[in-house]
Design a protein around this ligand. Structure first.
Ligand SMILES: [Zn+2]
Length: 432
């Protein structure tokens, strides 16, 4: 027999044997959902059943047939949601608020091994708080995010699904102002520094090669005072899109946002100051906004830690008013809001719990609970072109499912902290 034909026959037999063994051992789990959040339509459904086989959802409906002796998870007293997505994390960073030089400590004293071990503990706290997916956007050393993602995917450590950027692509100096000349090289351990259009093009190739899922740039380098040029950003966007990667830009002021959007980025992170005309441009080009705002409880915690007493309420109110004004103008302009905590400060609580406060912040700023949940699930998945697999409970999606106890529409903040169930990829991590 022809050798090639023989190999094909062996493969066929093998795959038949594997398929029939899967069919025989099909071990479905059924979740009874008292309330179910439809993230696509942004509404609550009642009394649904979700069928899960291996790591996927295979059926969702009111009339799903549950065989006798089937494994049933009864969440009929709770609200069941797709696993949440935190669109802006830095799992490999935790800055002490009373440390004047946290970046120097990270770069000079922590080292890769300790840094990624600490990151793995933080990753777990996100999962335990209901975030089954995160987009980790730099501040993670030289591709330590890729390493952590691999460790999670192979089951070595427990954490959420990670979509990672690798180092932030940035102009001279990174986000570390005032470093003396002999130590400037240290910055390139943390960032990918770009000094020309050619550098920009190659940076994207290097990142794609190392396994980045998304490209993160700094349109302006706040707190540093330099920025990428529009031509450098255009080159990055063109190259990233060629490899089917989205580009998202740290941009804090209106000029930085306008330049990044003009260069063609897909997302804007922070955007604390954006004019109405720039918001209209974002809406027209389908650029999403990831507002990384602080909640009132986190403001208080932060002020306590740094022992800040002077005019505390007034200072906080001023910041909250600015956040709210920009968020509401963005929604009014038709810009898609995607949830992102940007939590990298040590607020003396598990980091995933601090990150959850982003939902509270949006609620304080006038977004409705179901609107916030759509931004934290379906809209975030859509930004990653994963809307059929993540952030949604429907046939074919990954079995990333959580449940909360309480009244989601009338007691949103408390309910979202009352996590009673977390499943990722068909495996249960929290069950109360
Ligand atoms: Zn950030």
């Amino acid at each position: 027999m022809n050798k090639l034909l023989k190999n094909v026959l062996i493969l066929c037999c093998l795959s038949f044997a594997i398929n029939s063994s899967i069919a025989q051992s099909s071990n479905a789990t059924y979740i009874k959902a008292g309330k179910l959040f439809d993230s696509e339509k942004g509404k609550i459904l009642t009394d649904y059943i979700i069928k899960i086989e291996n790591n996927r959802i295979t059926e969702v409906g009111k009339k799903v047939v549950v065989p006798e002796n089937a494994k049933i998870i009864d969440l009929s007293a709770y609200t069941v949601l797709p696993g949440l997505i935190d669109g802006h994390t830095h799992l490999m960073t935790l800055d002490n608020l009373n440390d004047d030089t946290p970046m120097a400590d990270k770069l000079l004293f922590e080292g890769d091994a300790l840094r990624v071990l600490r990151g793995s503990k933080r990753a777990k706290s996100w999962l335990e708080n209901g975030f089954t997916t995160v987009r980790d956007l730099g501040d993670s050393g030289a591709f330590l995010d890729v390493a952590l993602k691999r460790a999670i995917n192979e089951g070595t450590v427990v954490g959420p699904r990670m979509f990672v950027s690798g180092p932030i692509i940035i102009s001279e100096g990174g986000q570390v102002p005032g470093l003396v000349k002999s130590y400037r090289e240290v910055i390139s351990d943390e960032y990918t520094i770009v000094r020309s259009v050619d550098d920009a093009i190659n940076a994207v190739r290097v990142h794609v090669n190392y396994g980045a899922d998304i490209i993160k740039i700094c349109a302006n380098n706040s707190p540093n005072n330099t920025s990428l040029t529009i031509d450098e950003m255009k080159a990055i966007v063109k190259m990233a899109h060629r490899y089917d990667k989205k580009v998202t830009a740290h941009a804090t002021n209106d000029l930085a946002v306008w330049e990044a959007v003009t260069a063609g980025v897909d997302g804007i992170e922070h955007g604390y100051q954006i004019s109405d005309s720039t918001l209209t441009l974002m809406a027209n080009k389908g650029v999403v906004l990831v507002p990384t705002d602080l909640s009132r409880p986190l403001f208080h915690k932060l002020y306590d830690i740094i022992d800040f007493k002077w005019n505390r309420e007034k200072q906080m109110q001023r910041a909250k008013d600015r956040y709210q004004d920009r968020l509401q103008r963005a929604i009014k302009a038709g810009v898609t809001i995607v949830t992102g905590s940007d939590n990298y400060l040590d607020l003396e609580m598990p980091q995933g719990e601090a990150a959850k406060n982003i939902l509270v912040a949006y609620h304080e700023e006038g977004m409705k609970p179901l609107q916030i949940l759509s931004s934290s699930t379906h809209l975030s998945a859509k930004f990653m072109n994963k809307e059929n697999e993540l952030g949604i409970i429907k046939e074919g999606a990954f079995a990333d499912i959580i449940a909360v106890k309480g009244d989601i529409e009338n007691d949103f903040s408390n309910t979202m902290f009352n996590i009673v169930f977390v499943m990722k990829n068909g495996e249960i991590y929290v069950e109360e």
